[in-house]
Design a protein around this ligand. Structure first.
Ligand SMILES: *Cc1c(COP(=O)(O)O)cnc(C)c1O
Length: 359
């Protein structure tokens, strides 16, 4: 007889550590349980003896880690009788909110910055049938508007200022420890609104407190150079980066993220768009793992800090890949020289020549 337990999502798997009861109706799309993939070729290129794992959150139901928080936030919203949810979003939160609202049979309203949302995320949000409110402004302005409107309308905010989001997202840290059998030495994350670094720190702290693991990792938060308030030490007014998921200047989890950095002995750093895209491409070409630009910031950071020795040899490092590469096809295609391949005649000779030419 099989002893395998089939979990129907992260609330089912970690319900003892989440604010649900036996009578809670769980709104789930079987999120979580994402693969922890050990990199094989990039460590060799770096010439360093390190174990780098990527936690591929792009394999969640809507293609980003936002689903971890959303299953909890929507489950609790429904439990509390809410008929509608609302969020500001750079794209992935809106896709996730829209999907879980559809699953629950409630309405979703999403505020997105005009023209600054990746194509895949827009397609998802439209298909899941959320009401899209496009604003002539950026994420930070959308976030302020959402907080104000929630005081005047019967809608539940499902941005990461909703504490249930953080609770759902902390399960990624649980999965990593459960997979490895221990906590990594370093955990590298892209940081935008800073909900995720807050959530991972909460998860590791809970597991360490309960002696599921002996240590907590050093937390490394990486930002885009044009949107790096944690590196600057203050809010940024007009954040800019090609990595739209982290195009945020006024992070809502400001104090929590600083606490994670300080308590873990970690640091923040920033990377140019060119460095972020180079890491995204390297990961695709060397390991066959396609993440979205913002996600690659974690790998860019790990590589720089391994190369400099700030992260020493012998370390086990986990990089969270927050979202899937297909989210942003435009950015991917525009980086590739062979994006517009030449067309040849449909005969054996021509195909043979095309192959022999590249070998
Ligand atoms: C939301 C998001 C981030 C940033 O996470 P925060 O919790 O806002 O710091 C990074 N990458 C992707 C792909 C995201 O969707």
């Amino acid at each position: 007889m099989s002893t395998h337990k089939h979990y129907t999502g992260l609330i089912d798997r970690y319900k003892d550590r989440l604010p649900v009861s036996a009578s809670t109706r769980i709104i789930s799309l079987n999120e979580g349980n994402t693969p922890l993939i050990q990199l094989q070729n990039i460590p060799r290129l770096l010439g360093k003896d390190v174990n780098i794992y990527v936690k591929f959150e792009g394999l969640n139901p809507t293609g980003s880690f936002k689903d971890r928080g959303m299953t909890m936030a929507v489950t609790k919203a429904v439990e509390e009788g809410s008929q509608a949810i609302i969020c500001a979003s750079t794209g992935n939160t809106s896709a996730s909110a829209a999907a879980y609202a559809a699953r629950a049979g409630i309405k979703a309203f999403v505020l997105i910055p005009d023209g600054k949302i990746a194509l895949g995320k827009l397609a998802q949000t439209l298909m899941y049938n959320a009401t899209i409110i496009q604003i002539n402004g950026n994420f930070d302005q959308g976030m302020e508007l959402v907080k104000e409107v929630a005081e005047h309308a019967p809608v539940t905010i499902v941005n990461s200022i909703n504490p249930y989001r953080i609770d759902g997202q902390k399960t990624a840290a649980f999965e990593i420890v459960d997979d490895l059998g221990f906590a990594p030495d370093y955990h590298c994350l892209p940081v935008g609104n800073a909900g995720n670094i807050t959530a991972y720190w909460k998860g590791y702290t809970e597991y360490a407190r309960d002696r599921v693991c002996g240590n907590r990792p050093i937390m490394c938060g990486y930002q885009a150079a044009g949107a790096a308030p944690f590196v600057a030490g203050h809010k940024i007014d007009n954040p800019e980066t090609i990595a739209t998921a982290i195009r945020i200047g006024n992070p809502q989890s400001w104090d929590y993220a600083w606490a994670a950095q300080q308590e873990s002995g970690g640091w923040f750093d920033k990377f140019t768009d060119a460095e972020i895209l180079a890491a995204q491409k390297l990961l695709s070409q060397q390991e066959g793992i396609f993440c979205e630009p913002a996600s690659a910031t974690s790998l860019a950071g790990a590589m720089r800090d391994i190369a400099s020795g700030k992260i020493p040899e012998g370390s086990t490092i986990v990089c969270t890949l927050t979202g899937m590469g297909l989210k942003d096809p435009d950015t991917a295609i525009s980086q590739c020289a062979a994006a517009h391949p030449v067309t040849i005649e449909a005969n054996l000779d021509a195909v043979k020549r095309a192959i022999l030419d590249t070998l």
